[in-house]
Design a binder for this molecule. Structure first.
Ligand code: ARG
Length: 277
């Protein structure tokens, strides 16, 4: 009997990216707008800053550009810069936040884009929390709803970007943003945790992404899907140990990051990283 030859691991190429990040200089958990946030749990601010700098420096070491937003003392969640806008081909769809605690962040982001030469910055009519709920693949704009972004933001985004929007219903409050439950690895290749989605949305994901990397509950609950890929390197929370081998088997290079302090706000690698496409 012959054993099957080992499946060839695809050769992955990283492409240089531009990211927008905001140092957690004023990060704290004083309110709770997701189940991860417990205002009684103290945050170690110097540690949060060190962990964040580690992520920023890692991007730069990989050859990516990181732009920095100036944090505001009255906006403790600003470190989660992915929520402030969605940018595709240099066109910016601004955010509109679901909770009043974060509402003012939208204008800070919009101003940053205007000040940095982005000609088209749309202030949306409907609630959308930027890349928290919008994920860009080569064919689609995947769009989460159920906890934060309004379903009405989906047609608005489709019209603005001219990309087909695939609406996905989030059903588990721990995975309140799409980027806590799904990550785009490359092109139309994703990894996700099915338990975060409604049965119908799960069926949609299976149809669009039959070869997706499926995360276990254990890795999802370490926020392992809150990851950033440059097409080769996948930066993800180091606690999501179960994702490392399947990522390697697909030719990716997983890089575990410790963002434990920011996890107290309900976010990790991806939440801290807006992509300037
Ligand atoms: N505390 C923030 C909130 O609940 C965390 C946001 C995390 N960001 C993300 N892209 N999932 O809004």
């Amino acid at each position: 009997m012959r054993t099957a030859p080992p499946r060839a691991v695809p050769r992955r190429e990283a492409t240089p990216r531009r990211y927008l990040m905001c140092p957690p200089a004023h990060f704290k958990v004083t309110y709770s707008i997701n189940p991860w946030m417990d205002p009684d749990k103290p945050v170690d601010l110097p540690l949060a800053l060190a962990q964040w700098e580690d992520l920023r420096d890692r991007y730069r070491a990989l050859g990516h550009t990181v732009e920095e937003l100036t944090p505001r003392p009255d906006l403790p969640d600003m470190v989660f810069a992915a929520n402030g806008a969605t940018v595709v081909d240099g066109r910016v769809l601004g955010a509109r936040f679901a909770h009043p605690e974060r509402a003012a962040e939208a204008e800070v982001h919009a101003r940053w884009f205007r000040d940095h030469g982005y000609a088209e910055v749309c202030e949306p009519e409907h609630i959308n929390e930027g890349e928290g709920d919008f994920a860009v693949t080569s064919s689609w704009l995947l769009a989460g709803r159920g906890f934060r972004s309004s379903p009405l933001s989906h047609p608005e985004a489709q019209e603005f970007f001219g990309r087909p929007v695939i609406g996905l219903d989030l059903v588990d409050p721990r995975y309140y943003h799409l980027d806590t439950a799904l990550c785009v690895l490359d092109g139309d290749e994703v990894m996700y945790y099915p338990g975060a989605f409604s049965p119908g949305s799960r069926a949609v994901l299976e149809r669009l992404f039959p070869d997706a990397l499926i995360a276990t509950e254990e890795d999802a609950s370490a926020l392992g899907l809150n990851a950033v890929s440059d097409g080769r390197h996948v930066l993800l929370p180091q606690m999501a140990v179960g994702l490392f081998a399947p990522l390697r088997a697909r030719g990716f290079e997983p890089i575990g990051m410790d963002l434990g302090e920011l996890l107290k706000g309900g976010g990790s690698v991806k939440c801290c990283t807006g992509e300037l496409r």
